[in-house]
Design a protein around this ligand. Structure first.
Ligand code: FE2
Ligand code: FE2
Ligand code: FE2
Length: 167
């Protein structure tokens, strides 16, 4: 693919991805406001944006086999862990931006675990196996992620076990 077109698709993928996420979050908010039908509209259009993002990613040739996708995911999480979030954390501290500091800290702690989980998954897939069947729990406050069982309290933010979301 020609470079100019490729970078256009990269930008479009980023935009559609953000729209998907934003609309999904706005849907949750509309639901909390009791606006069920607006929530439905946000969710439907979020899905349409996901379709666009998927098509762009496919057109760029970036949807590969799972072992390769896992390596791509490892690279992304690792960049966030070793470079992006530590640097952002330092700036937030310097600028005394408390809420940014918290959201960055929450993300950094979860991404460390994500990288490890993806690494383990990649080893499994490369040896020809799926990972063992188990529930995955996510803290809806900070994104802390755990395979198997939720902890009594989230080690990052302290949220109680019952509040964890099961996948
Ligand atoms: Fe779109
Ligand atoms: Fe992550
Ligand atoms: Fe948490």
């Amino acid at each position: 693919m020609k470079k100019y077109t490729y970078s256009n698709l990269e930008a479009a993928f980023a935009g559609e991805s953000q729209a998907f996420m934003k609309y999904s979050i706005f849907a949750d908010k509309a639901e909390r406001e009791g606006l069920k039908e607006v929530a439905r509209l946000f969710r439907a259009i979020a899905f349409a944006e996901k379709v666009h993002a998927t098509n762009h990613l496919r057109a760029m040739g970036k949807i590969k086999d799972t072992a390769i996708n896992l390596q791509e995911a490892i690279n992304g999480e690792n960049y966030e862990v070793v470079e992006m979030y530590p640097a952002m954390d330092a700036v937030a501290k310097l600028q005394e931006e408390k809420s940014a500091e918290r959201s960055i800290h929450y993300a950094l702690e979860a991404e460390k675990i994500h990288e490890v989980m993806y690494n383990d998954a990649k080893k499994s897939v490369e040896s020809g196996k799926d990972i063992p069947e188990a529930n995955v729990y996510v803290c809806p406050t900070c994104g802390y992620t755990v395979i198997g069982e939720a902890p009594d309290e989230c080690p990052v933010c302290g949220l109680k076990k019952e509040k964890f979301i099961k996948f």
